[in-house]
Write a protein that binds this ligand. Structure first.
Ligand code: 5GP
Length: 217
């Protein structure tokens, strides 16, 4: 692999989509890709280790890193700060190692504009399919509930445009296989097949049918 630069694979998903399970399985199956280690101000959870799962820092240290321009992207999520440092990605990529950056959507947006080499994958929750089947006729939910789900779909779809690929997480195994095929294809440079299967244009096309909200134009 000498001379090869690693690829930063960025994975985002609405919360509750099972992103962490899928990303962990990908790293387990593919020895050439590893997690980038982010900084966060959120407290360490049981089972997590500083420097392994995150670099756990206080708000002052985080702000200092922001001021120094130490982050390629950073964002606030649920009251805590999260960021990917240049340091955490530059060295592994320069050594030819691929990285998995598991970030929320604001971070993905920043990476889209700052890193031409980033490949962005959006994991869609299977609830989009539930929405689809509901809209296609049974309608057991209240109008209000359906409208709310559709609103969420709108937000999700708006984000899909940022991404190179979108994978629907119907099962963790399936989504893991799909993400692995995207990674392998990008590595080999032969992306025609995965773009056909998971390219955003295809997903956006597939989602069109579920987007109109009843009672709205
Ligand atoms: P958690 O606190 O559950 O580990 O993560 C909360 C959210 O922050 C998840 O959506 C996770 O993907 C996201 N996240 C983790 N690290 C980063 C990061 O470095 N940058 C950004 N923008 N989001 C991150």
């Amino acid at each position: 692999m000498s001379g090869r630069r690693g690829i930063p694979f960025v994975v985002s998903a609405p919360s509750g989509t099972g992103k962490t399970t899928v990303c962990r399985a990908v790293v387990e199956h593919d020895g050439q890709v590893e997690f980038s280690i982010s900084h966060t101000t959120r407290p360490c959870r049981p089972g997590e280790q500083d420097g392994v799962h995150y670099h756990f820092v206080n708000a002052e240290a985080f702000a200092e890193l922001v001021a120094e321009g130490g982050f390629v992207e950073h964002a606030e999520y649920a009251g805590n700060q999260y960021g990917t440092s240049w340091k955490s990605i530059d060295e592994p990529l320069a050594c030819g190692r691929d990285l998995l950056l598991e970030v929320e959507v604001q971070g993905a947006r920043q990476l889209r504009s700052r890193r031409d080499d980033a490949r962005l994958v959006f994991l869609l929750p299977p609830t989009l399919q539930e929405l689809e089947s509901r809209l296609r006729g049974r309608g057991t939910d209240s109008d209000e509930a359906i409208a709310k789900r559709l609103e969420t779909a709108h937000v999700e779809l708006a984000s899909v445009h940022l991404f190179d690929y979108a994978v629907v997480n119907e099962s963790a195994d399936q989504a893991t296989r799909d993400l692995l095929s995207i990674i392998h294809a990008e590595r080999s440079g032969e992306t025609g097949d995965v773009r056909e299967r998971f390219g955003r244009a295809r997903v956006v096309e597939g989602l069109k049918g579920i987007l109109p909200i009843p009672g709205r134009s």
